[in-house]
Design a protein around this ligand. Structure first.
Ligand code: PLP
Length: 377
């Protein structure tokens, strides 16, 4: 049996997405910047894609900018906030994705920018009182906090954070790479989010494409100079086929969102109960058991080191089970994740991140539990 439980790293592309892209690859080869019919035709597909995404997020279509994915969107938001919005303090957490942490660190080294990290407890809760304390002492700050953590699945109450930012005149960027396609958004209901980053391959779309929402209240300049594409914000011929595929994947995710999430929660609950039943010393990282504060798609578990094989990810792979020991960037290596380190997870534990999609089946949990038993003392 083959089981893919690594959907936080990437997801399988939907058949319907491939069906949508193929005819455009064959016939829609025009350059969207060309004034003739070939160009205009593909340009209209891009603009329809933008509308599909903005309608669901309840924002203006000109607030959506297509990028190469989550990393570029995070980089663009943070770098432009410093360069164009004259941000002097960045407030973030040590459990952000490296796309955010590395960007912040490089800005801290090269610019006159202060970096402040908000307190995080051992369950991965962001301390909002601490955030308010930092905000009250730092004017014109950028807060960059992820919507849901890719390793432990904790969900942040972003609208509450957005209101705090508004109160202290700060900008708010959120990395929503793990939540787009899983949670509903209303960016007009709360108009205090300034940047929101997303990546198509996390919701069954093509890889190497994503978007950045930039609130119309703010104006930034291009980081990639060129032909003036994306309303002068990101030069370079658009990744047309992938943009269309991403919009289709986005539409499909939201069309049946409640059914998909009900399916995921069943899988996650069953996995938690089977793990508890079979492995008395299993530990659940983050807020996995608080279902409304944790993504249904992510379950991070740890075992005391000597109770399970040191090479558990590789051993499971040999039996056909794909899962991860941390984030995508560190998967394949046994290196301790910076997130788990920050949560004070003890060194003598082995951690596995199982992450689910709507294509997984409940029977797959039974298979994975049986595989785990083979490596458990
Ligand atoms: N942010 C988060 C939370 C992620 O999980 C990832 C990918 O794992 C990224 C950013 C990077 O996204 P991309 O792979 O599209 O560059």
């Amino acid at each position: 049996m083959k089981v893919y439980f690594d959907n936080a790293a990437t997801t399988k592309i939907e058949d319907e997405v491939i069906k949508t892209i193929l005819p455009i690859m064959k016939n829609g080869f025009g350059n969207p910047s060309s004034p003739h019919s070939y160009g205009r035709s593909i340009k209209s597909h891009i603009e329809i894609s933008r509308k599909i995404i903005s309608k669901e997020l309840n924002c203006e279509s000109n607030e959506i900018y297509f990028t190469s994915g989550g990393t570029e969107s995070d980089n663009m938001a943070i770098n432009s906030a410093v360069r164009d919005l004259k941000v002097k303090t960045i407030i973030s957490s040590k459990i952000e994705h490296l796309a955010v942490l590395e960007t912040i660190n490089s800005l801290g080294l090269l610019n006159d920018v202060k970096i402040k990290f908000v307190k995080v407890d051992e369950k991965g809760n962001i301390d909002l009182n601490d955030l308010e304390k930092i905000l009250s002492k730092n004017f014109n700050a950028l807060v960059s906090l992820m919507h849901a953590n890719n390793e432990i699945g904790n969900i942040l109450r972003i609208y509450e954070v957005a209101d705090l930012c508004e109160k202290y005149n700060a900008y708010f960027h959120t990395d929503a790479v793990q939540t787009i396609g899983h949670l509903r958004f209303d960016l007009k209901y709360n108009n205090n989010i300034h940047f929101l980053a997303s990546s198509s391959h996390k919701f069954h779309g093509p890889k190497g494409v994503g978007f950045l929402y930039i609130n119309n209240k703010i104006k930034i300049k291009s980081l990639i100079k060129g032909g003036g594409q994306e309303r002068n914000l990101r030069g370079g011929t658009e990744n047309t086929y992938s943009i269309v595929g991403m919009a289709k994947a986005f539409e499909l995710s939201y069309k049946n969102l409640e059914n998909h999430e009900n399916h995921l929660i069943k899988i996650k609950r069953y996995m938690i109960s089977e793990l508890k039943k079979n492995f008395s010393n299993v530990i659940f990282n983050g807020l996995s058991e608080c279902f409304d504060l944790s993504l249904n798609s992510i379950l991070s578990v740890s075992f005391p080191k000597n109770s399970i094989s040191d090479f558990i990810i590789i051993n499971l792979d040999i039996l056909g089970v794909a899962c991860s020991g941390g984030s995508a960037c560190s998967s394949g290596s046994i290196k301790k994740s910076h997130v788990l380190k920050e949560l004070n997870e003890k060194k003598d534990r082995s951690t596995i991140r199982f992450s689910f999609s709507r294509f997984n089946k409940i029977e797959e949990v039974d298979y994975v539990i049986n595989c785990l038993k083979k490596f458990y003392n």
